[in-house]
Design a protein around this ligand. Structure first.
Ligand SMILES: Cc1cc2nc3c(=O)[nH]c(=O)nc-3n(C[C@H](O)[C@H](O)[C@H](O)COP(=O)(O)OP(=O)(O)OC[C@H]3O[C@@H](n4cnc5c(N)ncnc54)[C@H](O)[C@@H]3O)c2cc1C
Length: 383
């Protein structure tokens, strides 16, 4: 059992840390206000290799695993959850789905552009009427003589405003069930693809989240990604990995809140002493640190299981659940330590806490994770 990161991942961590300190931290508040991550930053992230972390080298990526992705996301989220969410959806959901399901021609066409940052990617599973129960989706794809015709509405599409390519899950059989849905690659500008205005969100504000409408969108046979009727099976595999990414992102947010609290507790005086000298503050900081460390270990253990070819869905759920709830809790404790200052936008903690709340909802809410963990537990105990 090896808990230290190897030298190559330490170097990646330092690279991502330097990048985030220079190109993200100074601007994160402005981007939160503007509700937009500048194209220039996305281009820079591409140049820095952050847009193709897990994309194989033959398609222009770094060819690294989920642990590497977790390390990058922690460093970016330390300063800005929205930027990290942009990267998580792009790398993990869109490129991740292409990586596991696309054919060679599709991989060659899209993955290099996604890895370089020339193109951003979106992944469209959720709909206005179904999120947790995603298998109930109603967007449909009908066979035509030359391909497929897509109709329906998608919701909460991360990167949807800027994406060059959308992975759209659509029903190819009328009945409900896991083998009734397929994945389609839809390019930006396709006739009938209507990209809505970004949601005015509570947090993760620089990450754009849009509704999509598909009105008789015609795509060719070559737009089918993966086997017919098996798009939902692939989507679940993508989500398992995505949960580790959201866990890692939460570790970054929690770390940001903790580091700011430690700094403030050392600077701020009350009753003639620094806050850090009060045992009540020390106890808070100790509990925050303990939860953060536990969350990081679970996330990295879960990432390693995928990288070693032994994916553990329940472990991914545990990592996501623990890390996301820990991040929110650490965030609120950090605001408490900051007192009145913590209740203002001058301290980045309020933004990180707003960002953290999304992690308890997206890619499977806390309630859904608990159901999955319990289901796995019952199955193992009764086996
Ligand atoms: C900022 C943001 C970005 C997103 N990005 C994407 C994206 O890129 N692509 C994409 O496809 N989706 C995306 N989503 C959608 C996200 O995955 C869903 O919001 C999430 O799965 C929850 O679905 P819902 O919002 O429809 O809530 P619902 O499913 O309606 O759930 C509402 C509440 O009921 C609870 N609940 C539901 N079922 C049960 C149950 N059986 N038992 C107990 N409680 C239950 C839920 O936990 C939740 O608390 C994003 C969402 C947000 C907010």
């Amino acid at each position: 059992m090896q808990f230290e990161l190897p030298d190559d991942l330490l170097a990646l961590r330092d690279h991502a840390r330097d990048f985030a300190a220079k190109h993200i931290a100074p601007f994160a508040r402005k981007w939160d206000e503007q509700k937009w991550l500048p194209d220039e930053t996305v281009r820079r992230m591409g140049e820095a290799g952050l847009m193709g972390v897990t994309t194989p080298e033959e398609y222009g990526g770094a060819g690294l695993g989920l642990l590497a992705m977790a390390i990058v996301l922690e460093e970016v989220a330390r300063h800005c959850g929205g930027t990290a969410l942009m990267l998580a959806a792009h790398n993990g959901l869109c490129s991740g789905h292409l990586k596991i399901a696309a054919n060679e021609q599709q991989k060659k066409k899209y993955l290099p552009k996604l890895a370089s940052g020339e193109m951003a990617g979106s992944w469209c599973l959720s709909e206005p009427e179904c999120g947790s129960d995603a298998a109930a989706l109603t967007t449909r794809a009908e066979k035509t003589s030359s391909g497929w015709r897509l109709n329906g509405r998608k919701m909460w599409v991360t990167n949807g405003k800027r994406a060059g390519v959308y992975l759209v899950m659509a029903r190819t059989r009328p009945e409900k069930g896991s083998r009734t849905i397929s994945a389609f690659i839809v390019e930006r500008g396709a006739a009938g693809l209507i990209v809505g205005e970004p949601e005015d969100k509570m947090g993760m504000r620089c990450s754009d989240t849009v509704p999509l409408t598909l009105e008789n969108v015609e795509v060719g046979d070559d737009a089918l990604c993966g086997n017919l009727h098996e798009g939902y099976i692939d989507a679940l595999k993508v989500l398992d990995r995505g949960r580790v990414s959201i866990g890692a992102l939460s570790v970054g947010l929690g770390r940001g809140c903790l580091e700011e609290a430690v700094k403030y507790a050392g600077q701020r005086h009350a009753f003639g002493q620094p806050l850090s000298s009060f045992q009540a503050t020390q106890i808070k900081l100790a509990d925050m640190e303990m939860k953060l460390e536990a969350a990081r270990l679970l996330v990295r253990q879960s990432a390693c299981a995928f990288d070693l070819g032994r994916p553990d869905k329940a472990l991914a759920s545990k990592a996501k659940l623990f890390a996301t709830e820990a991040a929110s809790w650490i965030g609120w404790e950090s605001i408490q330590i900051h007192g009145g200052a913590g209740y203002t936008k001058d301290i980045c903690v309020e933004r990180l806490v707003r960002d953290a709340k999304l992690c308890e909802i997206g890619e499977g809410s806390s309630e859904v994770q608990r159901i999955l963990i319990a289901r796995d537990e019952f199955a193992r105990r009764s086996a």
